[in-house]
Design a protein around this ligand. Structure first.
Ligand code: F6P
Length: 523
């Protein structure tokens, strides 16, 4: 079945979902007289709970969603991914990020690279990795963008309370020169190590920043031999890295079967391991692996990623939802929505299916969100009383980071649970309509037992597999990103025009006009 809308389950869901659209439908009524709804519509592993009971689900509609997954041959797709089939058909590649965290992987290069990462981390922490002049490295600057940046930044922020002080890890991604300049302004070249994280080694932002960093270093250490002591590269493009001046010992491989937005588990995770230590990095991998096993082995109706993915297919396909808000009630997870934006939207922002034909239903949703409780003082008004249908993923952490913070942490949890309750229940004020809160807003609540590398690894892997489930139902390829490639090429054309005097402009009137203004205001 190439199109989900042609399945019997889809047709049955069309009929069944009408029951949730009648004026008198109340989400909270699904709980009335059913004390077991939470037990039936929640799943927990040792350290992670998914409460999906506050969703538009009855036993019958839930069964139809599972039928949809089976008619779309989801189990076959899952097996194909784990077995290394070239499911990234447009680039003729496998998508084997699960092998990066499988301790029993038969890909020897995975274990060899982990050992190399471990060796560098140890050398940096015990001071044996020194700069060109023999100075201990005090600062590491990771230069990368997208999947070569967002995962490491997320993890270093999540565990900032526990990171090793020396070396301090910094991140530069934007081609805006102020990003690199502001980062380097307080650093000592003699004790700074640069990591160039770029699978392709052609991404213009990273190339430009790496070149500027090299000039900064050579300006202070005028000896080309200094490069080998101050630059490391994580890339598939070995030749380009060597041409830049990276020594073989400082090259960390990434392979074509690792997609950029699925790469934090690879050598791209080197800054994470430097910041939180190798033991914790291995815990991160172990947590992701535990979720892989759950995804691969658990029946569809008890499978967290499957259920979360099917719920998004339901809301986008039958309720015309356009976005999902992801609200972590954890300040240390404030960057999680940003990370999940790339994971979801670069994977699922597709309008052509694997047959090359147009998709038959809405595909990737817009992912947005920030940390709670700040979110309540920003956009929750729209969620409570606005006109939009926006499902929400609430994410909470059961235990406080430090025991002495228990009471204030309970305020945090009370806000999280209180918001999901009030969004479901709503409020009617017959005297003052402007105070009416419609309610009926569906949500998932994910609870981590504690914020640990293992548990965050499981959570991130959960979302990776949720994205995969959606792609399998929609029959689209989640592992390529041709749209981004197109945008990059057009940007290069504009750069070529902007950077020439006299300006050669042969674009549309708007772009031509914009370029002319830039020239006028800069001359
Ligand atoms: O955004 C497009 C993209 O290719 C991402 O998929 C990737 O994470 C990012 O650019 C950086 O790519 P590279 O690691 O090759 O520099």
């Amino acid at each position: 079945m190439s199109k989900p809308t042609q399945t019997l389950a889809w047709r049955n869901l069309l009929r069944e979902s009408e029951g949730f659209k009648t004026p008198d439908f109340r989400l909270e009524d699904l709980f009335a007289g059913d004390n077991n709804r939470f037990d039936r519509f929640s799943i927990s592993t040792d350290h992670l709970l998914l409460d999906y009971s506050k969703n538009y689900l009855t036993e019958q509609s839930f069964k139809l969603l599972i039928d949809l997954a089976n008619e779309c041959k989801l189990p076959t797709s899952i097996a194909a991914m784990f077995s290394g089939d070239k499911i990234n058909y447009s680039e003729n590649r496998a998508a084997l990020h699960v092998a990066l965290r499988d301790p029993d992987s038969d890909l020897s290069e995975v274990g060899e690279t982990l050992d190399k990462i471990s060796g560098l981390v140890e050398a940096l922490h015990d001071g044996n990795f020194k700069g060109h002049g023999g100075t201990q490295i005090t600062d590491v600057v990771n230069i990368g963008i997208g999947g070569s940046n967002l995962g490491p930044v997320l993890l270093c922020e999540a565990f900032a309370d526990f990171v090793n002080e020396i070396p301090h890890v910094h991140f530069v991604s934007n081609i805006d020169p102020s990003h690199l300049r502001s980062t380097l302004s307080s650093l000592n070249p003699a004790s700074t190590l640069f990591i160039i994280a770029s699978k392709s080694f052609t991404t213009i932002e990273t190339q430009q920043n790496a070149e500027m960093a090299r000039l900064w270093l050579l300006n202070h250490l005028p000896d080309e031999r200094a490069l080998s002591a101050h630059f490391i590269a994580i890339t598939e493009n070995v030749q380009a890295a060597q041409e830049f001046g990276i020594s073989t010992d400082n090259l960390f491989p990434i392979w074509d079967w690792v997609g950029g937005r699925y790469s934090l588990w690879s050598a791209v995770g080197l800054p994470i391991a430097i910041a939180i230590g190798m033991k914790n990095f291995r815990e991160l991998l172990a947590g992701a692996h535990s979720m892989d096993q759950h995804f691969q082995r658990t029946a569809l109706h008890e499978n967290m990623p499957v259920i979360m993915g099917l719920l998004t297919v339901l809301y986008t396909g039958f309720f015309n939802s356009h976005s999902t808000a992801i609200v972590p009630y954890s300040q240390r997870l404030k960057l999680l929505p940003t990370y999940l934006q790339q994971l979801h939207m670069e994977s699922l922002g597709k309008s052509v299916d694997v047959t090359g034909g147009p998709v038959s239903t809405n595909t990737g949703e817009i992912i947005w969100g920030t940390a709670g409780t700040d979110a309540q003082h920003s956009y929750f008004q729209l969620l409570h009383q606005g006109t939009r249908f926006i499902p929400i993923d609430f994410i909470a952490v059961a235990k406080p980071m430090f025991n002495k913070e228990q009471e204030q942490h309970q305020y945090l949890l009370a806000n999280c649970f209180g918001q999901s309750l009030s969004l479901m229940r709503g409020h009617t004020d017959s005297e003052a309509p402007h105070k009416n809160v419609p309610g009926n807003k569906p949500c998932n609540t994910l609870v981590l037992e504690e914020l640990s590398p293992y548990n965050l690894g499981s959570l991130i892997a959960l979302y990776e597999h949720k994205v995969f489930v959606q792609s399998a139902i929609w029959n689209i390829n989640p592992f390529d990103q041709w749209g981004v490639e197109f945008g990059k090429n057009v940007a290069q054309e504009v750069f070529d025009s902007l950077s020439k005097n006299p300006v050669t402009i042969d674009f549309d009137a708007s772009t031509n006009g914009l370029i002319r203004f830039i020239k006028k205001w800069n001359n």
